[in-house]
Design a binder for this molecule. Structure first.
Ligand code: ZN
Length: 250
C-alpha cells in the first residue's frame, strides 16, 4: 500500500468530523428563543400598561363625579338662599340636570369597575402563563448555550488534533498532495475509493487506462480523470478510525 494513503485518509476523516460540527444551528436557535422570550415580556408589559390605563380612566371619572357632587351641593345651597322664584326655578332645573348626570356617572363607573376587575383577573392569568413560558424558554436557552459550548470545545479539540496530526506527517510530499487535492474545490470528500469501477466522488466510470493502473498497482493512488479527486482502492482504507464517508458539496 502506498504509505501516504492512511495519513491522507485519517486527515480527511478529522476534517470531515470538524466540518460536521454545527455551531450555527444552536446559535440561531438560541437567538430565536431569546427573541420569543423578549416578545413575551413586551406583551406582558403592554398588558400591564393597558390595565393601568383602565385604572387611571376610572380614577378620572371618579374625580369628575366628585366635582359634580360638589357643584350639586353648591346649587342646593344657592337654591335655599334664593329669594326670587325665577332664580329658584333656574337652579332647580340645573340641580335636576346635575342629579341626572351624577346618576349616569355612577352607573358607568360601576360598570367600569366591574370590567376592570375582570381585566385584572385576565391579566393575572396572562402574567402567570407568560412567566411560566419565559422560565421554560430560559431553560431552553441555557441548554442551547451548553450545546454551543460543547460544540465549540469539540471543534477546538479537532482543530488541535488536525494541527498535531499534520505536524506528525514527516512526508512533506504527502501533505502537499493532500492540500493540493483539497484545494481543487471538488467538494467533500476529496479522497475517495473506487467501487464497481467508478469514482465514488463523481460516480463516473474509470477509463480503461486507470483500470489497468489499479490492476497493476492495487495499493497505489491516482486522480479521477473526471473530477480530479484522489482515487484509491478500498482496501487501503484500513487503519482509519471511521469507515463512513459521505459526499457533500462543502
Ligand atoms: Zn471522480
Amino acid at each position: 500500500m502506498d504509505e501516504k494513503l492512511p495519513f491522507l485518509l485519517t486527515l480527511q476523516e478529522y476534517e470531515q468530523r470538524r466540518n460536521r460540527i454545527d455551531l450555527r444551528a444552536p446559535e440561531q436557535r438560541r437567538l430565536q428563543l431569546e427573541e420569543q422570550s423578549h416578545e413575551l415580556r413586551e406583551g406582558l408589559a403592554q398588558a400591564r400598561q393597558e390595565l393601568l390605563r383602565g385604572q387611571r380612566q376610572i380614577t378620572g371619572a371618579e374625580r369628575e363625579l366628585e366635582e359634580r357632587e360638589e357643584e350639586l351641593r353648591q346649587c342646593l345651597g344657592q337654591q335655599a338662599l334664593s329669594k326670587k322664584p325665577e332664580a329658584f326655578q333656574a337652579l332647580g332645573a340645573k340641580i335636576a340636570q346635575l342629579r341626572e348626570k351624577i346618576s349616569q356617572s355612577e352607573d358607568s363607573i360601576l360598570q367600569e369597575l366591574e370590567a376592570q376587575e375582570e381585566k385584572k383577573r385576565d391579566f393575572a392569568r396572562l402574567e402567570e402563563e407568560t412567566l411560566e413560558r419565559i422560565a421554560s424558554l430560559e431553560k431552553e436557552i441555557m441548554a442551547q448555550e451548553a450545546l454551543l459550548a460543547e460544540s465549540e470545545e469539540a471543534l477546538r479539540v479537532l482543530e488541535e488534533k488536525i494541527k498535531t496530526f499534520r505536524e506528525s506527517i514527516v512526508d512533506a510530499e504527502c501533505l502537499s498532495l493532500y492540500d493540493q487535492v483539497r484545494a481543487r474545490g471538488v467538494g467533500f470528500p476529496w479522497i475517495v475509493a473506487v467501487a464497481e469501477h467508478r469514482c465514488q466522488g463523481c460516480h463516473i466510470r474509470l477509463s480503461p487506462e486507470q483500470e489497468v493502473f489499479f490492476h497493476q498497482n492495487p495499493h497505489s493512488y491516482s486522480f479521477c480523470e473526471q473530477c480530479g479527486r484522489l482515487l484509491h482502492r478500498p482496501s487501503s482504507r484500513a487503519g482509519t478510525e471511521d469507515g463512513e464517508v459521505e459526499a457533500d458539496s462543502a
